[in-house]
Design a protein around this ligand. Structure first.
Ligand code: NAD
Length: 459
């Protein structure tokens, strides 16, 4: 493939050629690549946390550690531990007309995978996909977000220092670079970002018949059933919602609460927020990534307030940070209840029956995550069966994403395809079918002509 085809990305040609030349890296090579990635992150974790903090204009170091670095290292350990088994050929059943014979599936690398990542967890969402890409024996080009420019530059330097230029590279830049990047003829493209941009990425990829994995956003509901203790639910919801100031793709977007319990839940939430972020705890609470994102959130709050909604805030000095805000009585068609919030604002919506709560969820796009708080088996089944979502945590929030052996992904508007662990290995592999007849092969022995075979097989 000549350079001239992609003059703005000379690296593509280099990586593409290498992927065709060295098509099937063995287990040791792949494990070595995963170990290099681990070393890169461990040796530079201070720089990484400091840079992300600066890009956000303030993000607590422990959030970067706990929600980016630790899960990435866990994913690396999990893949390295199980890779040998994942790579093994898998025997498959052979139907009688084709016996004796053997059939099996080989999981082979796809080649070059493009990774487009967002700003909200800039490390984990750029390098989490890379774990699966490398485990499956592929090479990668990464395009991180322009909204965390310090981190994107750091990532570019680190990858260049730790990885060969024909194995992994990082391309930085804004939307124009991202558009050109998504038009490269990758063997697979994994995009994490908004649903709106996901549609554009899929269109660009379609021109090359490049398959896509789309990890998108949406409004993830938390349903509190009537039996569940409100203070326990509040604890989990506060963790899921206000970590990273709500800038989490699987943060509970809104809470469905039984009629008559909204105020009690609001009080429990406020108490929990005040305990988690005591007065003056600004360094424990993240900033909103840009002034533009902040204005969007403030406008959504203003709209709800103008329509008569009640806003509740915890005590404490949040300074220039956007404080955690609960909203009761936001209209159904308000921005807060129709668009993904992606910030520290939590609308509470009352329901009269679980069926009504499910109808509310199902009248919206399919969410990335669903949280159900109940100890009642019947209620749990009703919620799980009644509303589809990408993933679920029961009696908690966020934690399904931390299970390395569970696929992570959306459904409908919240995404296409899943990754992490074995699911990611398979997603980044080509399941190649192989059949080998034995010495005697009934199918060939009996035909053509196929009359006799047809008599035997069509019953
Ligand atoms: P975004 O869609 O604006 O940007 C994501 C990436 O796409 C960036 O690298 C950007 O440069 C690039 N991009 C922008 N325009 C493009 C175009 N026209 N063509 C190709 N690429 C383009 O998303 P964001 O604001 O960075 O992230 C927030 C969104 O991401 C939220 O909706 C959130 O729910 C979602 N998200 C999803 C997951 C998940 O795992 N499902 C994880 C994190 C965030």
């Amino acid at each position: 493939m000549p350079d001239a085809d992609h003059p703005e990305f000379p690296a593509f040609h280099v990586i593409h050629d290498a992927s065709r030349r060295d098509r099937l890296p063995d287990l040791a090579t792949r494990k070595d690549r995963l170990a290099t990635l681990r070393r890169m992150v461990v040796e530079n974790r201070d720089d990484i946390a400091r840079t992300i903090d600066a890009d956000f204009g303030g993000r607590p170091r422990h959030e970067t550690e706990l929600l980016e670095i630790v899960p990435l290292l866990n994913a690396l350990r999990h893949s390295a531990r199980h890779l040998k088994r994942w790579m093994r050929d898998q025997r498959r059943h052979v139907a009688w007309p084709f016996q004796p014979g053997a059939a099996w599936v080989r999981h082979e690398p796809l080649g070059v995978v493009g990774i487009i990542s967002p700003w909200n967890y800039p490390l984990f969402l750029a390098l989490g996909p890379l774990v699966d890409v490398l485990a499956a024996g592929n090479r990668a080009m990464i395009k991180p977000s322009e909204l965390t420019p310090g981190f994107s530059d750091l990532l570019q330097r680190l990858i260049a220092r730790y990885f060969a230029a024909d194995l992994v590279t990082v391309e930085t830049g804004g939307v124009e670079v991202a558009q050109a990047f998504s038009a490269l003829p990758f063997d697979h493209l994994i995009f994490t970002g908004s649903t709106e941009v996901g549609r554009k990425v899929m269109q660009a990829a379609a021109a090359n018949l490049t398959p896509v994995t789309l990890e998108l956003g949406g409004k993830s509901p938390a349903v509190v059933a009537p039996d569940y203790p409100l203070d326990k639910a509040a604890r989990s919801i506060v963790l899921g919602k206000f970590t990273n100031a709500g800038q989490t793709c699987i943060a509970p977007d809104y809470v469905l609460v039984p009629e008559g319990q909204a105020e009690a839940l609001a009080h429990a939430l406020i108490a929990r927020i005040e305990a988690a972020y005591p007065a003056g705890a600004r360094k424990d609470y993240a900033n909103i990534v840009t002034a533009r994102h902040r204005s969007r959130l403030v406008a959504a709050l203003d709209e709800a307030q103008a329509a008569g909604a009640t806003l509740l805030r915890p005590a404490g000095d949040y300074g220039d940070r956007l404080p955690p805000t609960l909203v009761i009585g936001a209209p159904e068609d308000s921005l807060l209840l129709s668009e993904e919030i992606f910030g520290p604002i939590l609308p509470l919506v009352s329901y009269r029956s679980l069926d009504e709560a499910l109808a509310f969820i199902n009248s919206r796009s399919r969410p990335l995550a669903l949280y159900a708080f109940t100890n009642d088996r019947q209620a749990r089944a009703t919620i799980l069966d009644g509303a589809i979502s990408g993933g679920v945590t029961l009696n908690g929030t966020l934690l399904h994403v931390a299970q390395d052996d569970l696929p992570f992904g959306g459904v409908g508007d919240s995404g296409i395809g899943a990754y992490h662990g074995r699911a990611g290995f398979r997603r980044m592999s080509h399941a190649r079918a192989v059949y080998k007849p034995g010495l005697f092969n009934a199918f060939e022995a009996l035909g053509p002509p196929f009359g006799k075979l047809a008599d035997l097989t069509i019953r």
